[in-house]
Design a protein around this ligand. Structure first.
Ligand SMILES: [Zn+2]
Length: 267
């Protein structure tokens, strides 16, 4: 487990399992052969096996969980169930979590909110973009089952209704719609350093350079592309790193400073 440092803060990955993605999902409107430059991301069968999980960051007395994994689930796409063990290996129980921030309400980001019909993180305030709550719970666009599981924790939910809401000390929300209507990122600032935790605004490192690609599961592909391009540009600012959920090892991406040609590193 390799944490990401933001000034004095430590953002630690908590692995829950894996997801299997197909390269064709990323080039919905694009060139199927353009993966040639990114073959290192594919496994022997030509698929992307990416991590699924959450991050945890301690800020003073607050313990903030960033996303909530996929849960105890095995299907064609997802294999999960390790999140609580990962949390325990950081010396934490679900009751220690004071805030859960959920980037969006796809199943691999909110999977542990509910377990056995009750709330997993009983002492936490749960922050979710209002437009996602409306889309997936009120309108049940992800199905009645997901909506019912989310309603089980509704008493703890405080929706994020405006851009730039405070989630914890030094951590603010950033509206990054497109992948889902209420998709939300976090900006963690500490000692002149900035980390943008961006959920599924990007899924794999190839998208850092293939900025015209469109992703099959983006609810609004044009908006998601504009959001993605704007986040990738923002990484050009000094001391700014991007932390997506599904990058290899759940590590951050940053631009190497002072290079004529853009060079990305994961660390
Ligand atoms: Zn995801």
């Amino acid at each position: 487990v390799k944490p990401t440092f933001v000034g004095d803060l430590v953002v630690t990955p908590l692995f829950d399992g894996t997801a299997i993605l197909e390269p064709a999902m990323f080039t919905a409107e694009g060139e199927p052969t353009s993966w040639n430059a990114h073959a290192d991301l594919l496994d022997a069968t030509g698929r992307l096996v990416v991590p699924v999980g959450a991050f945890v960051v301690r800020v003073g007395n607050e313990v903030v969980l960033l996303d909530a994994g996929v849960g105890n689930l095995q299907d064609e796409m997802f294999s999960g169930g390790a999140l609580l063990e990962s949390l325990a290996s950081e010396g934490l129980t679900p009751q220690d979590i004071t805030t859960v921030f959920v980037s969006h309400l796809h199943s691999d980001h909110c999977g542990w909110l509910e377990s056995n019909g009750g709330s997993t993180f009983r002492n936490a305030e749960i922050r979710i973009g209002a437009a996602d709550w409306d889309h997936y719970v009120t309108q049940e666009k992800g199905g009645a089952k997901r909506a019912a599981r989310l309603r089980a924790v509704e008493a703890q939910v405080k929706t994020i209704d405006t851009d730039g809401e405070s989630i914890a000390t030094g951590i603010t929300s950033r509206s990054t719609p497109g992948h889902t209507p209420g998709h939300t990122s976090l900006v963690i600032s500490n000692r002149q350093h900035r980390l943008i935790v961006l959920g599924d605004a990007l899924h794999c490192p190839a998208q850092l350079t293939e900025t015209e690609w469109e992703f099959l599961f983006d609810v609004d592909r044009a908006l998601a592309k504009a959001t993605r391009q704007s986040l990738v540009r923002e990484a050009e600012e000094p001391n700014t790193a991007l932390l997506p959920m599904h990058f290899p090892g759940m590590t951050a991406a940053r631009l190497v400073a002072g290079q004529a040609k853009k060079q990305w590193v994961m660390n």
